[in-house]
Ligand binder design. Structure first.
Ligand code: ADP
Length: 404
């Protein structure tokens, strides 16, 4: 089946077309700067095996963006389909499913209403996700649409892991609890790691795995026998790891302290913690780990400290999750930093010999692609696994639409 995977942000629409029988990607693209006042949107279209296309055009909203996506897939130099009839289904990334969705689901009116209801938990994400769903329904009527939620994989967490120790009424009445995000990525790499462990002659099915998704946003998950039992992000993606511009864990009392000391509003503090903190806030250099590493090589001590705080937080959670699972069989690194930055991986794994992790420096520093990073005598292994969130969305969409 040909499945179109769509991921909409407030001003962007990302897409990828898969042939699920072969798991081949036929084309991918990004339409950015949608609805920019007086400006033009930019379309990037990448047909498999052919030249990329980049062009500007006026795109006022997501429906026009979806029209352009379908046009470029079916017409002109980047054409990969003879007609839209070839698309069997559309899979949508939806950020917040709240407690309503523990799996992917065929979208109908009730599902749309539920996603809308959960918008209070993800006001920046669910509304544009819904815009994308409605746009595809307008432009490609009568096709099945499936929602794949970032939160779904984490719904197996036990109550002791997701309840915050604040008055219960906030959970009961407002849904304040840990939800976790990047679930599709954690699910994919944990599943791959289990397969790789089995291939090594170990017990992949029952393995205790910590997955580290380290990209612009960073989160970790404790996965035991294929089920998520804890994760670092919380009610929102602000909790947990240090990220590009997000603080991750802080003492919550810092918020009223700053409000008083600096006369800042809650909105201003929220913006500081989400957009001016993390690697950027600590280094004063950049939110991008590549820039941090350049600055480190140039002797910038703030950048080195930002790097160390980032890695130390990850290492600390590895230890916490090993305790939560009663031991550890594998650590997985994925996403932009996790897949590419050997220095981050090496620093995180440095003092984990007590867990039986022994790093193979050559594999860590010079290897490519999905691979083992540890020596054969390691009781607990480490892997790099490239995440494939879009492929998971395509697979789950196909499974739901073919009734599998
Ligand atoms: P997103 O969360 O937006 O999908 P990515 O997974 O692409 O983000 O990760 C972006 C992060 O990955 C940035 O901090 C970037 O610096 C980092 N990154 C990408 N390539 C490299 C690399 N070769 N070495 C170190 N960091 C990298």
């Amino acid at each position: 089946m040909r499945v179109l995977v769509v991921n909409c942000g407030s001003s962007s629409l990302k897409y990828q077309l898969f042939e699920t029988d072969t798991e081949e990607s036929l084309a991918s693209g990004l339409i950015e700067r949608i609805g920019q006042n007086g400006g033009h949107a930019v379309v990037h279209h990448r047909p498999q095996g052919r030249a990329e296309m980049h062009y500007d055009m006026e795109i006022p909203d997501h429906t026009v963006a979806a029209e352009e996506m379908t046009r470029v897939l079916c017409e002109g130099d980047g054409k990969v389909l003879d007609s839209l009839d070839e698309i069997g289904a559309i899979g949508h990334r939806v950020v917040h499913g709240g407690e309503d969705f523990a799996t992917s689901v065929l979208i109908d009116d009730a599902v749309i209403e539920c996603i809308q209801r959960n918008s209070s938990l993800a006001p920046l994400h669910n509304p544009p996700n819904l815009d994308g769903i409605r746009a595809c329904m307008n432009v490609m009527p009568n096709k099945p649409n499936v929602a794949v939620f970032d939160t779904a994989f984490h719904q197996t967490m036990p109550r002791r892991a997701y309840l915050y120790a604040i008055p219960r009424s906030f959970y009961r009445e407002l849904g304040v609890r840990r939800y976790g995000f990047h679930g599709t990525s954690h699910f994919y790499v944990a599943t791959r790691a289990a397969e790789m462990l089995t291939d090594m002659g170990r017990d992949g099915a029952n393995a205790r795995i910590v997955t580290c998704h380290l990209g612009n946003g960073c989160s970790m998950a404790a996965v035991k026998a294929g089920k998520c039992i804890d994760t670092t992000m919380g009610l929102t993606p602000l909790e947990g790891c240090v990220m590009g511009t997000r603080s991750g864990d802080i003492d919550p009392a810092i918020i009223p302290f700053l409000a008083q000391a600096r006369g800042l509003s809650f909105g201003e503090i929220d913006a500081i913690l989400n957009k001016e903190s993390g690697l950027l806030g600590l280094s004063g250099v950049s939110n991008d780990m590549r820039d941090i590493q350049v600055a480190v090589r140039e002797g910038n001590t703030d950048a080195e400290e930002a790097f160390q705080v980032f890695c130390y937080r990850v290492r600390k959670y590895v230890g916490a999750y090993a305790a939560a699972m009663g031991g550890l069989d594998a650590i997985v690194f994925t996403a932009g930093i996790g897949e590419n930055d050997a220095r981050v991986r090496s620093y995180v794994l440095e003092d984990l010999q007590f867990l039986g992790v022994h790093v193979d420096s050559d594999a860590n520093n010079n290897g490519r692609g999905d691979r083992l990073l540890t020596t054969p005598d390691s009781r607990c292994v480490a892997f790099v696994i490239g995440t494939k969130e879009e492929l998971v969305i395509a697979r789950q969409t196909e499974a739901i639409c073919s009734g599998a």
